[in-house]
Design a protein around this ligand. Structure first.
Ligand code: COA
Length: 161
């Protein structure tokens, strides 16, 4: 109960650990709250069940407040998604998740990590720039925006080790 209240109000220190099938519903809910096109619980569970998918979660008490997920093929990994619950943003949780995650995918054999990010997503761009990701391609008119011109997707890359 105390953990739940702490998470609700954004307090308490997050605990980072590997995510699994039991986190499907909580990850789907956080994904839906964070992106225009959410993932269903079934989609998340299917991803978590894939052998090539690695996921980490941040929890406060028993409440999931963040996650990161990637898929690996040979020595390349692609970060599929990362999100932190709104109340807990700006406290370094995504940075901690990303650091742990990159260490793990490197241990699993990844030598290069790619991801796509909306050119207007300032917090994500800062997160990735700080972690050593660099822009390698741009896909124009990729993400719909409310009324305006669609935003470009930037393809970022980081070499590991
Ligand atoms: C992007 C996201 C995961 C960052 O999570 P977070 O836990 O708040 O990130 P951190 O606290 O680790 O901060 C990472 C960097 O972003 C910066 N940042 C955080 N919030 C910011 C904001 N509103 N505006 C600008 N920069 C911001 C931080 O200052 C930090 O940069 P710094 O190390 O240079 O100071 C979170 O904002 C989120 O869930 N957004 C919605 C989902 C999303 O867009 N995911 C990324 C898709 S590619």
């Amino acid at each position: 109960m105390i953990g739940f209240l702490r998470a609700l109000f954004g307090g308490g220190e997050p605990r980072l650990s590997e995510a699994g099938a039991r986190d499907g519903a909580a990850i789907a809910a956080l994904h839906a709250a964070s992106f225009n096109r959410g993932w269903s619980e079934q989609e998340v569970e299917a991803l978590l069940a894939e052998r090539t998918v690695t996921a980490h979660r941040a929890t406060i008490g028993s409440v999931l407040v963040g996650f990161i997920m990637s898929r690996q093929a040979a020595d390349e990994a692609e970060i599929l998604s990362v999100a932190v619950t709104r109340r807990c943003r700006g406290r370094g949780i995504a940075r901690q998740l990303l650091t742990l995650h990159l260490r793990r995918v490197a241990a699993l054999g990844a030598r290069t990590v790619f991801l796509e990010v909306d050119e207007n997503n300032r917090s994500a761009l800062r997160l990735y720039a700080r972690a050593g990701f660099r822009e390698v391609a741009r896909r124009p008119n990729y993400y719909p925006t409310a009324g305006g011109k669609p935003a470009a997707a930037l393809v970022l890359r980081r070499d590991l080790g």
